[in-house]
Design a protein around this ligand. Structure first.
Ligand SMILES: *[C@@H]1O[C@H](CO)[C@@H](O)[C@H](O)[C@H]1NC(C)=O
Ligand SMILES: *[C@@H]1O[C@H](CO)[C@@H](O)[C@H](O)[C@H]1NC(C)=O
Ligand SMILES: *[C@@H]1O[C@H](CO)[C@@H](O)[C@H](O)[C@H]1NC(C)=O
Length: 352
């Protein structure tokens, strides 16, 4: 029981962008016009929207943020920047992507990009509502508000153009898969049916974003959830849980297939950001990526702490040698590795 509730506490992650060692030096200047970035999903891409909500899925306290600008916690489930912050910086969009619900957010900042994401959310609305966080429907409603602000600021046709060129990043699914993996032990939920349900929801949300002007979509696959330190701990085996990784892998295959369908039917640009492969590789061979620890997180014992239970805990000496910051979420270092791995694909598929 404790185990299950600890697992449900797991907010999530999801970003996985590709790699790429040497990102082309010309990347910043390679873009004719700097697009904006609009972000949806879970804790992998939430810069602090949950700070404003009555939820326990928060990270706006130390040691979170120790390597962020100014060394301050912001609500990001990371020691430093999230993958979307790193990518926005790399593309010359902004130094970081702020939370839509941040009261200090200026229109000028929001113009270059904003995140509507909410830790603990998922493609299944009830994943989010159970944790009292923003479901996708709410994230999209906020996109509608954002568009209204934009229209007031720059006029309707310019606002439409900005949405047409914006990079929409969607990173979710892990919390849903974790939820169903736990529930399976006590109910008869059919996993294939649930996966289809998640994919159908994803398709619906992309269509909603398309109706609001989105034309360039980057979908982040789910990570190898069986390798999360908390999952390893709770399973009692000192290794990745293959069954969960297989579930994540098959979910990603369906995601890719539906993304292909959406690309054709909507006539939009799409990119699939494969974080699964590079994360599974890093979990197996951390040294290949300059890491020394991939089985536990840097916060506390690294075996179970995430969010509230990481609050005020001591940390490992050097988070840049760790794959995971807490028992669920990657370090900024891992996010950099991921971005290096996926940027070329993103550039090829939607930024050209
Ligand atoms: C991304 O990482 C995977 C796994 O390590 C590797 O096989 C692939 O070549 C990398 N891709 C790029 C563009 O670096
Ligand atoms: C908002 O700005 C005020 C005044 O500059 C500052 O004191 C406060 O810490 C800021 N809040 C956030 C969440 O950044
Ligand atoms: C689960 O499925 C089994 C076999 O089909 C059935 O006997 C049982 O009543 C089901 N349990 C629930 C909770 O639906």
């Amino acid at each position: 029981m404790e185990v299950a509730s600890a697992m449900l506490l797991v907010f999530f992650i999801a970003l996985h962008l590709h790699t790429g060692q040497a990102s082309p030096a010309s990347l910043k200047v390679g873009l004719k016009e700097t697009p904006s970035m609009l972000v949806f999903g879970d804790s992998t891409v939430d810069p602090g929207n949950n700070n404003k909500l009555r939820t326990s899925a928060k990270a706006n306290f130390s040691p979170y943020g120790m390597n962020f600008y100014g060394g301050q916690p912001t609500g990001r489930f990371c020691d430093g920047r999230l993958a979307t912050d790193i990518l926005a910086d790399k593309l010359g969009i902004a130094k970081s992507i702020p939370a839509f619900l941040d009261k200090n957010l200026t229109l000028e900042e929001a113009r270059s990009g904003v995140s509507f994401a909410s830790a603990s959310s998922g493609y299944d609305e009830s994943t989010a509502t159970n944790s009292k966080v923003l479901p996708f429907s709410k994230q999209i409603e906020y996109l509608r508000h954002y568009k209204l602000h934009l229209r007031k600021m720059v006029g309707p046709s310019e606002a439409e153009k900005m949405l047409n060129t914006a990079i929409f990043i969607v990173s979710a699914g892990s919390n849903d898969l974790m939820k169903i993996a736990i529930a399976k032990q006590s109910t008869n939920v059919s996993i294939p049916n649930y996966k289809s349900y998640l994919i159908t929801s994803m398709v619906k949300y992309i269509k909603d974003m398309h109706r609001l002007g989105g034309r360039r979509f980057a979908l982040v696959g789910v990570p190898p959830v069986g390798c999360l330190p908390i999952v390893r701990t709770l399973s009692g085996a000192d290794k990745c849980v293959d069954a969960l990784n297989d579930l994540a892998d098959s979910f990603n295959s369906q995601l890719i297939a539906q993304l292909g369908v959406l690309k054709k039917s909507l006539g939009v640009k799409t990119a699939y950001l494969d974080v699964f492969t590079v994360m599974r590789e890093a979990a197996k061979y951390p040294e290949k990526f300059g890491l020394i620890e991939s089985s536990k997180g840097c916060c506390g014992t690294g075996m179970i702490e995430v969010g509230e239970s990481c609050k005020g805990q001591s940390t490992c000496k050097d988070p840049s040698k760790y794959m995971f910051w807490d028992a669920v979420h990657p370090t900024e270092k891992m996010y950099q590795i991921i971005i290096n791995n996926v940027t070329m694909g993103l550039y090829r598929d939607i930024l050209n």
